[in-house]
Design a protein around this ligand. Structure first.
Ligand code: HEC
Ligand code: HEC
Ligand code: HEC
Ligand code: HEC
Ligand code: HEC
Ligand code: HEC
Ligand code: HEC
Ligand code: HEC
Ligand code: HEC
Ligand code: HEC
Length: 322
C-alpha cells in the first residue's frame, strides 16, 4: 500500500491548481477563490475543499482509527487512494468524510469532520454521488422512486459495516428488498414464481434499485427492449407473424412478472378467459380491438393454446399454429 508521499501530494496540488484555474476562467462570474464547483453554494459542514493543506491523507487517519482503516483497506474504496487525478478530495477516508486536518488538530473533534450518522439521506447520498453520480448504473438516482421516497444509499449500502462483501450491501438480496417490500415477498411465495428465493434470478436482474427512468424502476435492454428478452430471447422474434400484444403491450399484458397462483405466470386462468379478454366473440370489429375467433369458441371448450400453440409469434402460421 503506498503511503501518502510528498511527491504525490505536490503532483495532486498542481493538478488541482490547474483545474481550479480552468474552472474559474471558464465561468462568466468573477473567479471566486477557495471554492470549487461541488461546494459552491452549499452550506455543508466539511464540504470538499480546494485547499490541499486541509487534507491529511488516510495514513494519518489510521494512526487513531486503525481498526476501521484495516477493514476499510479490504474494500473497493481503498482504490481511491491511488486516484492522483481527482486529488486529495477524492482520496481515501477524506473522499467521503471531507478534509480532516481540523479534526486531527482538534484531537478528534467530531464537529470538524463529516459524520454520516444524523445527516439527511439527501445529504449522505449527495456525498456518494459526488463520485458515483456519473456512473451508468447510478445516473438516474436523484429522479428514482427510491430517492423521491427518501431512500438513500445507506439504506442498502454500508462502506464500513457491510454484511455482504459484494457491492457493500447491508444485507443480501432478496432479504434486503423484502425488508421494505412485503407484497413482493408474498408474490414470490406463490406456487409459480421466478426463482428469486432460490437464488436463480435476482430482483436486480429486472429492476435497477438506483432507478432507470422507466416506471417501476424496471430495467430495459440496451436496445430499449423489454428486460424479459434478456433471458427469454426465443420470445423476441422477429416473427413473420407477430402476436401484436407481445410487441405493443408487452409480456405483462398476459404474465405477472413476480409470482402467481396460475401456471406459466398467467394473469388470468383458464387460458381461454385470458384470450377472450381481447378476442371477443363478436364478429363485428370493436373499435381498435382484435377480431374474435370465427369458430364458435366457448370458455368451456378446450384450451385455445391446444391449437394456437405458438402464442408468442410464428414464422409459418398467421394463426400461430405449429
Ligand atoms: C465510501 C465512503 C467512506 C469512506 C471512503 C470512509 N468512510 Fe467512514 N463512514 C462512512 C459512512 C457512510 C459511515 C456511517 C456508517 C456506515 O454506514 O458504514 C462512516 C462511519 C465512520 C466512522 C464512525 C464509526 C463507525 O464505525 O461507523 C468512523 C470513525 C469512520 N467512518 C472513519 C473512517 C476512516 C478512518 C476512513 C478511512 C480509513 C473512512 N471512514 C472511510 C463512509 C466512508
Ligand atoms: C489524533 C487522533 C485522530 C486522528 C488522526 C483522526 N481521528 Fe477521527 N476521531 C478521533 C477521536 C478521538 C474520535 C472520537 C470523538 C468523539 O467520540 O467525540 C474521532 C471521531 C471520528 C469520527 C466520528 C465517529 C463517530 O462516532 O461518529 C469520524 C467520522 C472520524 N473520526 C474520521 C476521521 C478521519 C476520516 C480521519 C482522517 C482524516 C480521522 N478521523 C483522523 C481521533 C482521531
Ligand atoms: C434500494 C437499495 C439500494 C439503494 C438505495 C442504493 N443501492 Fe447501490 N446497489 C444496490 C444493489 C442491490 C446492488 C447490486 C446490484 C446488482 O446486483 O447488480 C447495488 C450496486 C451498487 C454499486 C456497484 C455496482 C454498480 O452499479 O456499479 C454501486 C457503485 C452502488 N450500488 C452505489 C450506490 C450509490 C452511490 C447509491 C446512492 C446514490 C446507491 N447505490 C443506492 C442497492 C441499492
Ligand atoms: C471519492 C470517490 C468515491 C466516493 C465519495 C464514494 N465512492 Fe463508492 N466507489 C468509488 C470507487 C473508485 C469504487 C471502485 C470502483 C471499481 O472497483 O471500479 C467504488 C465502489 C463502490 C461500490 C461497489 C463495491 C463493489 O463491491 O464493487 C459501492 C457499492 C459503492 N462504491 C458505494 C458507495 C457509497 C454508498 C458511497 C457513499 C457513502 C460511496 N460509494 C462514495 C469511489 C467513491
Ligand atoms: C422477472 C423480472 C422481475 C423480477 C425478478 C422482480 N421484478 Fe419487480 N417488477 C417487475 C416488473 C416488470 C414490474 C412492473 C409490473 C407492472 O408494471 O405491472 C415489477 C414491479 C415491482 C414493484 C411495484 C409493483 C408491485 O408489484 O408492488 C415492486 C415494489 C417490485 N417489483 C419489487 C421487486 C422486488 C423486491 C423483487 C425481488 C424480490 C422484484 N421486484 C423482482 C419485474 C421483476
Ligand atoms: C429501506 C426501504 C427499502 C428498501 C431496502 C428497498 N426499497 Fe424499494 N422502495 C421503497 C419505497 C419506500 C418505495 C416507494 C413506495 C413504493 O412504491 O412502495 C420503493 C419503490 C420501489 C420500486 C418502484 C415501485 C413503484 O411503484 O414504482 C421498486 C421496483 C423497488 N422499490 C424495488 C426494490 C428492490 C429491487 C430492492 C432491493 C434491491 C428495494 N426496492 C429495496 C423502499 C425500499
Ligand atoms: C434473469 C433472467 C430472467 C429474466 C430477466 C426474466 N425471466 Fe422469466 N424465467 C427465467 C427462468 C430461469 C425461468 C424458468 C423458471 C424456473 O424453472 O424456475 C423463467 C420462467 C418464466 C415463465 C414460465 C414460468 C413457468 O411456469 O413455466 C414465464 C411466463 C416468464 N419467465 C416470464 C417472464 C417475464 C414476463 C419477464 C419480464 C418481466 C421475465 N420472465 C424475465 C428467467 C428470467
Ligand atoms: C397474448 C398473451 C401473451 C403475451 C403477450 C406473452 N405471453 Fe408468454 N405465454 C402466454 C401463454 C398463453 C402461455 C402458455 C402457453 C402454453 O401453456 O402452452 C405462455 C407461456 C410463456 C412461457 C412458458 C412456456 C414457453 O413457451 O417457454 C414463457 C417463458 C413466456 N410465456 C414468456 C413470455 C415473455 C418473455 C413475453 C414477452 C416477450 C410473453 N411471454 C408474452 C401468453 C402470452
Ligand atoms: C392483450 C390482448 C390480447 C390477448 C390477451 C390475446 N390476444 Fe390474440 N391478438 C391480439 C391482437 C391485438 C391481435 C392482432 C389483431 C389484428 O391484427 O387484427 C391478435 C391476434 C391474434 C391471432 C391472429 C389472427 C389475427 O386476427 O391476426 C390469433 C390466432 C390470436 N390472436 C390468438 C390468441 C390466443 C389464442 C390468445 C390467448 C392465449 C390471445 N390471442 C390473447 C390481442 C390479444
Ligand atoms: C380446435 C382447434 C382450435 C381451438 C381450440 C381454437 N382455435 Fe382459434 N382457430 C382455429 C382455426 C382452424 C382457425 C382458422 C385458421 C384459418 O382460417 O387459417 C382459428 C382462427 C382463430 C383466430 C383468427 C381470426 C379468425 O377468426 O379467423 C383467432 C383470433 C382465434 N382462432 C382465437 C381463438 C381463441 C381465443 C381460442 C380459445 C377461446 C381459439 N381460437 C381456440 C382453431 C382453433
Amino acid at each position: 500500500m503506498p503511503t501518502d508521499s510528498r511527491a504525490s501530494r505536490v503532483f495532486a496540488f498542481s493538478v488541482l491548481f490547474l483545474s481550479v484555474a480552468t474552472y474559474s476562467s471558464s465561468q462568466a462570474a468573477p473567479p471566486v477563490p477557495a471554492k470549487d464547483a461541488k461546494s459552491a453554494g452549499s452550506s455543508v459542514v466539511n464540504a470538499a475543499s480546494p485547499d490541499v493543506s486541509k487534507y491529511v491523507g488516510a495514513e494519518t487517519c489510521k494512526t487513531c482509527h486503525e481498526e476501521i482503516y484495516n477493514s476499510w483497506a479490504k474494500t473497493p474504496h481503498w482504490k481511491t487512494t491511488l486516484d492522483t487525478k481527482g486529488g486529495p478530495s477524492h482520496q481515501g477516508c477524506e473522499g467521503c468524510h471531507g478534509p480532516g486536518a481540523d479534526h486531527v488538530a482538534g484531537g478528534g473533534d467530531k464537529t470538524k469532520i463529516f459524520v454520516f450518522e444524523g445527516n439527511s439521506r439527501q445529504e449522505t447520498s449527495a456525498r456518494c454521488l459526488s463520485c458515483h453520480g456519473e456512473a451508468h448504473e447510478q445516473s438516474h438516482f436523484t429522479q428514482s422512486t427510491h430517492s423521491s421516497n427518501d431512500i438513500g444509499c445507506l439504506d442498502c449500502h454500508s462502506p464500513h459495516h457491510a454484511q455482504e462483501k459484494e457491492f457493500l450491501l447491508v444485507q443480501e438480496q432478496p432479504k434486503l428488498c423484502y425488508g421494505c417490500h412485503v407484497s413482493a415477498k408474498a408474490d414470490f411465495a406463490k406456487p409459480y414464481h421466478h426463482r428469486v428465493n432460490e437464488g436463480l434470478v435476482r430482483c436486480s436482474d429486472c429492476h435497477n434499485p438506483h432507478g432507470t427512468g422507466i416506471v417501476r424502476q424496471v430495467r430495459s435492454l440496451p436496445s430499449g427492449d423489454f428486460i424479459c428478452y434478456k433471458c427469454h430471447a426465443d420470445k423476441q422474434g422477429p416473427f413473420v407473424y407477430e402476436h401484436v400484444p407481445v410487441k405493443t403491450e408487452g409480456c405483462t399484458s398476459c404474465h405477472t412478472p413476480h409470482g402467481s397462483t396460475n401456471p406459466r405466470l398467467l394473469n388470468v386462468m383458464p387460458v381461454n378467459m385470458l384470450c377472450l379478454q381481447c378476442h371477443t366473440f363478436s364478429t363485428t370489429l370493436t373499435a381498435g380491438g382484435p377480431i374474435g375467433p370465427v369458430h364458435n369458441q366457448s370458455a368451456k371448450y378446450q384450451a385455445c393454446t391446444m391449437c394456437h400453440t405458438q402464442i408468442h409469434g410464428s414464422n409459418f402460421s398467421d394463426v400461430f399454429f405449429k
